[in-house]
Design a protein around this ligand. Structure first.
Ligand SMILES: [Zn+2]
Length: 430
């Protein structure tokens, strides 16, 4: 698993000292999505359905044409051309002329559908430059009537008045559940419909930078027994209710497999499964947001190991369990929250830093390898029984503290991400 940082951070030149890389933080306003539940009435649902359908149609038609063009080019021995947005927009105009009903929906939504295709193509072609195993984007797929539906509008096609959402060409305003305040006037919105039939609207707004004033330095050990363990001795595992839901999910999946395809009961079971999937995803994200928010707000620095060296991601079976447990998305949330906040920073230990094999009291390294099943061990140096995960988290905290001291960044703000490296002295000890 790769650590994902915001792109602007990677572009900045790292300053170095003692083999430590610092990727400075740029403090600038953030574009963020604010999501709300939407309650359209029957007519409004029909209208939204029309927009979803039109966008899907435009996207699929444009994609089909591009594929056809590509095939022709290959057959003629000419170089296939990459569709530009102007190109796609021109085709869109002719599509609209041929299908008058496309005029019944906001034209911005259709332009945005063309734009999405352009982005999908760009991502795919950009991905061709990296090795196959590392590619994130596949060739654009045709959009299906089932599954997630969405469309995007820019400011000229919507407005908010008296707590209601007005959409171009929709005669009545739509009810929104304003669960929190918008920080500023939105620049665009995306309306989604989930497979279970739930409507949400996501506004893109400029959010003020978040200032946190936590003083703590926290080390975090990542594992499967507990998802994360902090140097304060707190262990966070998938909560019990999530496990209960996961068991229920397995039952529903089995039930669906027994139903005859396309029968009435099949679709009923499919909807029930979609609803549960959504419920679990909501529960998980909610829980992850809460604990990562707490950690970021309380800390000036969070020290984690370089996960490329983590045993979990080198063992195929464990890697899958790690993915199932949502570990990656938990760490992603932790990182982006820390990078967004002006008071919290991330320190990554150098690759293969032996956090589990050092005594956190004495700093001495254990002369044998710990088995995976050894959850606790008696220390030959200080005779304490070390809890494996808490000890590793404490070592990461100590490591981070030392780095802050040597770089003079202790109790300062705004530094960003530090990528630690083993100093010559440490190499000698290890
Ligand atoms: Zn010890």
């Amino acid at each position: 698993m790769q650590l994902e940082f915001l792109p602007q951070m990677l572009k900045s030149t790292p300053s170095s000292g003692e083999g430590i890389q610092i990727l400075p933080k740029e403090i600038k306003p953030l574009q963020k999505g604010y999501k709300y539940e939407l309650y359209p009435n029957k007519e409004q649902k029909e209208y939204l359905e029309k927009i979803f359908g039109s966008c899907r149609r435009v996207y699929n038609d444009l994609l089909a044409m591009q594929i056809e063009k590509h095939k022709e080019a290959v057959a003629n021995g000419t170089k296939p051309t990459f569709p530009s947005l102007q190109n796609l927009s021109a085709i869109l105009t002719s599509l609209k002329a041929a299908n008058q009903w496309l005029y019944e929906v906001p034209s911005v939504a259709l332009q945005q559908a063309a734009r999405r295709l352009e982005v999908a193509y760009k991502n795919f072609f950009r991905g061709l430059k990296v090795p196959k195993a590392k590619r994130k984007h596949r060739f654009p797929k045709f959009k299906s009537k089932r599954g997630f539906q969405s469309f995007t509008l820019t400011t000229n096609a919507f407005s908010i008045k008296d707590g209601y959402l007005y959409i171009a060409k929709c005669p009545t305003p739509i009810k929104v559940n304003w669960s929190r305040e918008l920080p500023s006037a939105p620049t665009s919105l995306t309306i989604n419909k989930s497979p279970s039939g739930r409507y949400t609207v996501s506004f893109v707004c400029v959010a003020p930078p978040r200032v946190t004033s936590g003083k703590k330095i926290v080390g975090i050990d990542v594992g499967l027994k507990s998802l994360i363990t902090t140097s304060d001795g707190e262990k966070y595992d998938n909560p019990r209710w999530l496990k209960t839901s996961l068991n229920k999910l397995r039952r529903l999946q089995k039930a669906l497999r027994r139903k005859q395809k396309d029968s009435h009961n099949y679709h009923k079971a499919r909807l029930a499964l979609a609803k549960l999937h959504e419920h679990i995803s909501n529960q998980r994200h909610d829980w992850q947001h809460k604990i990562t928010r707490k950690l970021v707000d309380e800390s000036q620095a969070i020290c984690i190991e370089d996960l490329r060296s983590s045993f979990m991601f080198h063992n195929r079976r464990l890697a899958r369990t790690a993915a199932d447990s949502g570990l990656a998305s938990l760490l992603h949330k932790l990182q982006y929250k820390a990078i967004e906040a002006t008071g919290c920073n991330i320190i990554t230990a150098y690759m293969h830093y032996p956090s589990s094999h050092i005594c956190s009291n004495t700093g001495l390294k254990l002369d044998r390898k710990l088995e995976l099943k050894e959850r606790a061990w008696e220390c030959p140096y200080c005779s304490e029984i070390h809890d494996r995960d808490v000890n590793a988290a404490l070592n990461l905290r100590n490591y981070g503290y030392n780095i802050l001291l040597t770089t003079g960044l202790l109790n300062t703000k705004f530094f960003g991400v530090i990528l630690g490296k083993a100093s010559e002295l440490e190499k000698e000890i290890l």
